[in-house]
Design a protein around this ligand. Structure first.
Ligand code: SF4
Length: 204
């Protein structure tokens, strides 16, 4: 008589996340909740549409520019690069990647006023962690291209930023796995232009 055996999985599969989730989670954790736990139809806002058009224009300009604004003498630029790390369970599409013989630099284009926020730094760090995993080379800094000001801000990928980013990845996965509906952002001005506004009726 043959005996049937069942293989019990020993590891819980990692919930795959996008780098963009890090930025959204800091902006408002509910945005990430809606995307993963309760997918709802979202409305594209004017800001999103306008941002896409502006980013396409920057692609064209960047192809012709030199790299001084990134404090680099030389380097190869690649646009809209898909990056992925199986180990981290993280992926995303990078606006621009600068490669030199020594290092890799992730660059994100932002249609945002004022200096970069902490959530933008987490996003750059997320891309940096993936690139390190893919290429086995340290990524020590990245850049945010601030489109409205036509300025480039350097983001050092420090040990503290790495730890914050990894902790956030864990917190997002816990929220999704346990289906915990998070508190809304305390900054109500963020709700004004939010594509999920119709679903947060408890706060309006
Ligand atoms: S409407 Fe406000 S609380 Fe609701 S998801 Fe958007 S930003 Fe968050």
């Amino acid at each position: 008589m043959s005996m049937r055996t069942t293989t019990i999985p020993t590891e819980v599969p990692v919930i795959p996340l996008r780098v963009n989730d890090l930025k959204q989670y800091v902006y408002c954790p509910r945005v990430v909740f809606y995307q993963y736990v309760m997918p709802v139809e979202k409305k594209a806002t004017y800001k999103m549409e306008h941002g896409k058009i502006a980013e396409a224009r920057i692609d064209e300009l960047e192809k012709r520019r030199k790299l001084q604004r990134y404090h680099l003498d030389q380097g190869r630029r690649r646009f809209h690069v898909w990056v992925q790390s199986e180990r981290l369970g993280l992926s995303g599409k990078l606006d621009m990647l600068i490669e030199t013989d020594e290092a890799l630099y992730p660059v994100d284009f932002k249609f945002t006023e004022g200096p970069p926020h902490r959530n933008h730094a987490h996003q750059i760090c997320g891309y940096g962690l993936i690139l390190e995993d893919m290429h086995g080379r340290p990524v020590e800094r990245g850049f945010i291209y601030l489109i409205p000001q036509n300025k480039v801000a350097e983001i050092p990928i420090t040990g503290a930023l790495r730890q914050e980013t990894l902790d956030m990845i864990e917190a997002i996965r816990a929220m999704i796995q346990r289906e915990m509906f998070p508190d809304p952002t305390p900054y109500r001005n963020r709700c004004e232009d939010c594509e999920y506004r119709n679903y947060c009726r408890d706060i309006f």
